[in-house]
Design a protein around this ligand. Sequence first.
Ligand code: GLC
Length: 576
Amino acid sequence: MISDLWYKNAVIYCLSVETFMDANGDGVGDFEGLSRRLDYLHGLGVTAVWLMPFQASPQRDDGYDVSDYYAVDPRYGTLGDFVAFTHAAKQRGMRVLIDLVVNHTSIDHPWFQEARRDPGSKYRDWYVWSKKKPKNANEGMVFPGVQKTTWTYDDVAGAYYFHRFYDHQPDLDTSNPAVQAEILKIMGFWIQLGVSGFRMDAVPFVIGTKGADVTTPTEQFEMLRTFREFMQWRQGDSIVLAEANVLPETDMDYFGRDGDRMHMMFNFQVNQNLFYALASADTGPLIKAMKATKPRPATAQWGQFLRNHDELDLGRLEEDQRRAVFAAFGPETHMQLYDRGIRRRLAPMLGGDQRRLELAYSLQFTLPGTPVIRYGDEIGMGDDLDLPERNCARTPMQWSAEPNGGFTKSDKPVLPVISGGPWGYEHVNAATQRRDPESLLNWTERIIRMRKEVPEIGWGDFAVITSRDPAVLIVRYDWRDNAVLFVHNFADTPREIAFATGVPGEHGRRLVDLLGDDHLECDEDGKHRLVVEAYGYRWYRVGGLDYLLRRDEIDLAAVRVSGGRSKDRSAGRRSR
Ligand code: GLC
C-alpha cells in the first residue's frame, strides 16, 4: 500500500519541548505539557512531530550539546514521561521523530571527560586529537564571527581537540567502529521507546573524515547505509531525515542510488531560492533549484521547509541574489548572522502580511516533497532580536492572551515570551486565532487538510508549466492517472496569465479549484486564462473531478528498494 512509505506525504511539525508547553509551572516546557497539546497538533493535521534535542545537556547550544544520549534532561521530565508521550502520539496516529546529534558530544559528556584525563581510556580514540596545532585550525568554522577556531587546546589532555562547531562540542571520531556501534545503540534505544526515526544533525560532518591532516574531508557514504540497515532491521518503517546542506550533484550520494541511504533530506537548495523568489518575484532560480533536485530514488523524499530553528542560510545563492534577500528580509545587521544568513522568523520577514504568508505556505505545501513546519509559524509568531544568535526565533509558543502567553504559570520563562508590539502574545496567540475563521491558524488547518487530499505531490512526478511571466510559478504533478496543478503569483500586483495544462490531448479539460470557486474552463486555443491577484495562489485538480481517484496499490518498485537491499537500478531511478 502507498501508505507504507508514510513519509512520502507526511506533515512534519518541529518543536522544542523546552519552549512548547510548561505543565509543572517551573518556567521550562516539559513532556507533560507537550502531551497535553497533542490534540492541538492532531487537530491542525500534523502527522509527525520532530522533537529537537531533549536529552541531558548543559544547554550551551540549545541541547545540540548532549551529555547523556540515554537520558531525558530532567528539566523536561523523565523517560517515563517520554514514553507516555510517544504512546499518546501513537494513539492519535501521529509519529515521532527525534534529533540525533552524533557528530559531537558536549564537552561535559563523561566520554570526553574520561578521554581528556586518561590517554589509555577507551574513549580517547572516540575524539579527534592533535599534539600540535593543525595548520588549518582557523578554517571551516560553522559559526563564523562567534566561533574562532576548529581546534582548541585542552590543558588536561595536553592536546588539541577538533570541533566543527563551538569549542564546547568536541567532534566524535565517527570513523572509529566503536563510535559507529554506539551510534547504532543510541538509535536502537530510542526506537525501542517508540520513535519512528531521526532528524540526523550535520550529516556531511558525521560522515566526513576528521583529523589534523585532513584538509578536504572525504565523505564515507557507506556509513549511511549501515545506519539505515540497522534501523530498518530493528523497525521496518523508521526513517532518517538528514540535515545536509549539500550541492545537488551529491544528493544521490546521500539518498543512495539504490535508495539505500537517507530516506529524506531537507531541501536547502530550494529553500534558499524560494526566499529569493519571495524577495524578487523572479521564479527562475527557484525553478532551476527544483529541477536540479528532481532526481531522487523511488523511496526517497525531500523535506521542504521555510524557516527552521537556525538562521536562514543563504550561503548557496549568488552574491547579488543574497544581497536582494538581505535587502528585502533582513536589511539591518542585527537581523543577520554568521555572514550568510538571516535569523528572523518568517512572519516578521514578510511584514506580517497574511497574503504573503499564505503564498509562502501554499508554496511550501505544494513543492515536491513533504512539508516540515515549525512551531509557532502556524500563528505567525515573531522574533525577539534582543536575544543572542539563533535564540531570537526560539521563544516560547504563544498559546493565549494569558500572562506569558499561557506557556507557563511561572513568571520566569526559560526564554522571554514575546510581549507587546505587533508580535506580542497579547495579539498573536493560538486561542484568539482559533476563534477567527480567517486566521492564519485556521487557514493552515484547512490547507493541511487539502494537502492530504493531493498525494500526487508526494508520489508524483512534477513538471513546471510556462506562464511566460517570471513572477508566476505553475507546477503540475501526475500520479496514476490523477493530476493536480498549482499556480503561485510572487508579485505584488495582479497578473494575467494564459497557459496550457502541459499534456497533449488534454485540451478542453476543466481545472477544478480545490480551495475556492474559481474553476477554469479551457479556451478554444487550448489555453486556460486566469487573473491571479497580488501574492495569489490556486490549487487545481486537472480534468474536471474535484476528488482524487485514489489508487492505493502495492508498488513493487518501492517495495524492492525500500529495504535497501535491491540492486535493481532501474527501480531506483524511477520516481513517483
Ligand atoms: C545543526 C543544528 C544547529 C546546531 C548544530 C550543532 O546545524 O541545526 O542548531 O547548533 O547542528 O549541533
